[in-house]
Write a protein that binds this ligand. Structure first.
Ligand SMILES: Cc1cc2nc3c(=O)[nH]c(=O)nc-3n(C[C@H](O)[C@H](O)[C@H](O)COP(=O)(O)OP(=O)(O)OC[C@H]3O[C@@H](n4cnc5c(N)ncnc54)[C@H](O)[C@@H]3O)c2cc1C
Length: 808
């Protein structure tokens, strides 16, 4: 074994082998994979080998498509058969709600280039002869579905990597990982030690153990999973003979089952409700090639549905039941990327669909390590989407929920109950008493809307029972004044003698003067967005930044990676050490004036001013800015004072009939101002010009900010896309995000978010289209639940286009 390597990959399952292959293909050949046993000694060897392109997140779906396209290449390169059978498949809907969901999947597929088609249940039964069509209301056909040989694929990755110069060391167990003072890592094994710049934890079932070697508790948990293989079935033999083809894959969402042909019989797997965690706290090192005891009672309810939906199973014996463990992150998507605070330590774990996702994970990770950027929008699988709040108990609750809901519908207004009330702010009970309906963001409870007693969300794809109540919340803001909680923002404090020079380099905006704020895009080297913040110069060398709450860990990783090494800049993510409230509406100033002793007149405290002031008795930092697009203020307050500030604002607002509003009303308000938000409109694949944030980029400032050259090139060349706001002729359902945008009968764009703008009484969609058509007056349609609706570009905001209210 070599004593030094540029990269050490730990784990020879499908994921580690893919990472090794991609590093080598990208030109890094001084790389070694360490496997404690034979390759495929974790989850990989007993997988059912199914693969598909569909994923809830379109960017992960793209990487799944890439993974499937890769198998031919690695087979040719390695000479190792992968056993790929691209049979195609059907996704079955037994209810109308499921069919609505599938229509959304098809719409998404249109702009992703995934060939999907809605078909009738009868047509599905013609493609997949075991189906009883009377059990279904419709289906979707997917041509890019199939299965493969899990061991063959893993060995093909490894052999291809070796041919390119990478090394694989089997029977080499990593026992410890130690960071040296010079930043290199010592990877200590039972056969000696390798010193390396980069370590990749692809430990699969032992990912937690490998993480613990460097003090990390990764939010990953293994679940038992069962599939059965039947005896040979005459129906299968007949079909094979008649058509000369295999039986295609089927996913029966309502039965929570997947099926495919296995030799002369069928394979049927389930995601059962009564699921079982495997090895909750530690994974035994002596586990590897054994299977777990099958428990047919646990999967019996799913099988019953399966036998009804696919009657041929009733007459066939079960040959074998496989029960094996594999790992999940709390939301079921992989955990990939560099770990904040551990330079050179990477993870590629929690991959629950290794044969659909392994290639994409390897590609993204190798790009990231070598080029400094994953080369794709991989937010949905970025390890930074979790923070310390994703504890072991939280992970247990969420993974179990996610497993049991693997094939369940999640409605756009549906909040999931597991792992809840983990982080709450001091006003939680006060807002609950007013009827707050809670959602969750980065582990924190967030008020969505306020319901009268006895009313709760009715889950639906269409406008639901919250509609009228949100309209009232919006009316309170636009007609007088509203109060909301905004503690879910990420908040950062920046200090130190080098702070302003550093901010000038990491942020693309012009730095504000003391007492002033500005909107602050942050760019990557390639000129694409990596953040969008409000930056406040609080004075006396102190800076305050507010940004997307879900991206706190993501942004801190970026900030810390770019801090000067001399200690001249200090940045802290304040988390819930600072909570937030906001007031907005034409009466907001009067409320603030009454609640505080400061002069908040327009002259003394104009738009984009920031100052410390007391609200009631509570010391606060107040900025005159509002995401509602109205006259408004964001108020930052230490948690011990939040209740006092809240009560003082409510008391001052009483005479103006102040109303509480939640994040759904805020969405309705920002839509009529064409305001985008991070992780929806603003993502690391769009340039500032494309996203309409170029007006906040100080292209001419002296500082050589990160991404400046690329941003100037984008401005000169015009970029490719444009973010646009559309008014949609929708009737009872609005866009959610990821719908296709059609122009003259062709899909050319995609929706990023939208909803109903109650004050303007318009259904609004924000989305990207090619710049060439971005100013066309007509020809647009947006697809909602399979129906195309006429849509028109709304260039000027529907509300306060001249900023009179906001600046008044
Ligand atoms: C019953 C079942 C059916 C499945 N069906 C499918 C399917 O149809 N399609 C699909 O895509 N996925 C399926 N999966 C999931 C799939 O198996 C996983 O997504 C995949 O195997 C994960 O691969 P991995 O490389 O991350 O982990 P693993 O396969 O667990 O590999 C980790 C490797 O790391 C090694 N290792 C760990 N720690 C160390 C250390 N300290 N030193 C050295 N080596 C170490 C282990 O020995 C192991 O070989 C199924 C899983 C099960 C259990």
């Amino acid at each position: 074994m070599k004593s030094h390597a540029k990269v050490v990959v730990i784990g020879g399952g499908v994921v580690g082998c893919s990472v090794l292959f991609h590093l080598a293909r990208h030109g890094w050949t001084d790389v070694v994979l360490l496997e404690r046993d034979e390759l495929t000694s974790g989850s990989t060897w007993h997988a059912a080998g199914g693969m598909h392109t569909i994923n809830g997140d379109p960017n992960v779906a793209k990487l799944q498509k890439y993974t499937i396209s890769l198998y031919k290449e690695i087979e040719e390169l390695s000479g190792q058969a992968t056993g790929v059978h691209l049979t195609g498949g059907v996704l079955l809907a037994a209810t109308e709600a499921r069919l609505d969901w599938l229509r959304g999947v098809v719409s998404k597929g249109r702009y992703l280039g995934i060939d999907l088609e809605v078909i009738s249940a009868k047509e599905a039964a013609e493609l997949m002869p075991l189906i009883d069509p009377s059990q279904f209301v419709g289906a979707v056909r997917n041509k890019e579905d199939g299965h493969l040989d899990p061991s063959g694929v893993t060995h093909a990755y490894a052999k291809a990597a070796r041919k390119l110069g990478a090394e694989v060391e089997r029977f080499t167990k990593v026992e410890d990982i130690v960071r040296r003072p010079d930043g290199l890592w010592r990877v200590i094994t039972n056969k000696g030690e390798v010193v390396t710049e980069h370590v990749v934890n692809a430990g699969g079932l032992w990912t937690r153990e490998v993480g613990r070697m460097v003090g990390l508790e990764l939010p990953v948990l293994a679940m038992e999973h069962m599939y059965l293989i039947t005896e040979d079935m005459p129906e299968v033999a007949d079909w094979n003979k008649k058509t000369g083809t295999e039986i295609i894959h089927a996913v029966d969402f309502d039965g929570e089952l997947y099926l495919r042909q296995e030799r002369g019989g069928m394979l049927m797997g389930t995601y059962e409700k009564a699921n079982k965690v495997w090895s909750e706290f530690t994974t035994p090192w002596n586990f590897g090639h054994e299977l777990l005891e099958p428990d047919i009672d646990r999967i019996a309810p799913s099988l019953e549905v399966g036998f009804r939906h696919f009657p041929a199973f009733q007459k066939t014996g079960i040959k074998q039941i496989i029960n094996g463990p594999f790992t999940f992150a709390p939301d079921g998507n992989p955990l990939v990327g560099p770990v904040r605070g551990l330079p050179g330590f990477w993870v590629a774990c929690g991959v629950m669909a290794g044969f659909s996702q392994g290639g994409g994970v390897g590609l993204a990770l190798s790009n990231w390590m070598i080029e400094g950027d994953p080369g794709a929008d991989i937010w949905a699988m970025d390890v930074a989407r979790y923070g310390d709040w994703a504890t072991m108990a939280y992970t247990n609750a969420k993974v179990r929920e996610n497993y049991s809901r693997r094939f369940s519908i999640r409605f756009p207004n549906e909040e999931l109950p597991a792992g809840r009330q983990l982080k709450t702010t001091p006003v939680y009970d006060l807002l609950s008493a007013k009827g707050a309906q809670w959602g969750v963001s980065f582990g924190l409870e967030v008020p969505l809307w306020y319901a009268p007693a006895g009313v709760k969300d009715e889950f639906s794809w269409r406008r639901s029972n919250d509609f009228a109540h949100i309209a009232n919340e919006v009316a309170a803001v636009r007609g007088g004044v509203g109060l909301s909680e905004i503690s879910n923002f990420a908040k950062y404090k920046v200090t130190g003698e080098g702070a302003s020079a550093w901010l000038d380099r990491v942020l693309a905006c012009k730095l504000p003067k003391p007492g002033r704020m500005t909107l602050a895009p942050m760019l990557k080297q390639d000129g694409k967005l990596i953040g969008d913040f409000t930056l406040a110069n609080v004075g006396d060398g102190e800076w305050f930044i507010a940004g997307s709450g879900v991206a706190e860990q993501y942004h801190m990783r970026w900030f810390e990676a770019h801090l000067p090494k001399d200690g001249s800049v200090y940045i802290e993510a304040l988390g819930q050490k600072l909570t937030g409230l906001a007031i907005a509406g034409p009466k907001a100033r009067e409320v603030l004036a009454k609640a505080s002793r400061a002069d908040v007149s327009n002259a003394a405290f104009p738009f984009m001013a920031v100052a410390r002031m007391d609200i009631g008795m509570a010391p606060c930092l107040v900025g005159r800015v509002s995401y509602t697009g109205d006259l408004g203020y964001e108020i930052w307050v230490a948690p011990e004072y939040q209740r006092a500030a809240f009560q003082a604002l409510l008391a001052a607002g009483e005479e103006f009939s102040i109303g509480l509003f939640g994040s759904r009303a805020l969405n309705a308000l920002r839509l009529e101002k064409n305001y985008g938000s991070w992780a929806r409109e603003y993502r690391p694949i769009y340039g500032p010009l494309e996203a309409g944030l170029d007006r906040f980029v100080a292209y001419g400032k002296d500082a050589d900010f990160i991404g400046k050259a690329a941003a100037l090139a984008e401005r000169k060349g015009g970029g490719k896309l444009r973010l646009r706001s559309f008014i949609v002729d929708a009737t009872d359902a609005d866009v959610i995000g990821d719908e296709a945008i059609w122009h003259d009968g062709v899909v050319l764009g995609w929706v990023t978010s939208g909803g109903y703008a109650h004050n303007s009484r318009k259904s609004v969609a924000l989305g990207y289209v090619p710049k060439e058509i971005a100013d066309r007056p007509d020809g647009f349609e947006i697809e909602i639940l399979g129906q195309r609706h006429a849509a028109r570009i709304q260039a000027a905001p529907l509300f306060d286009a001249n900023f009179e209210r906001m600046r008044a």
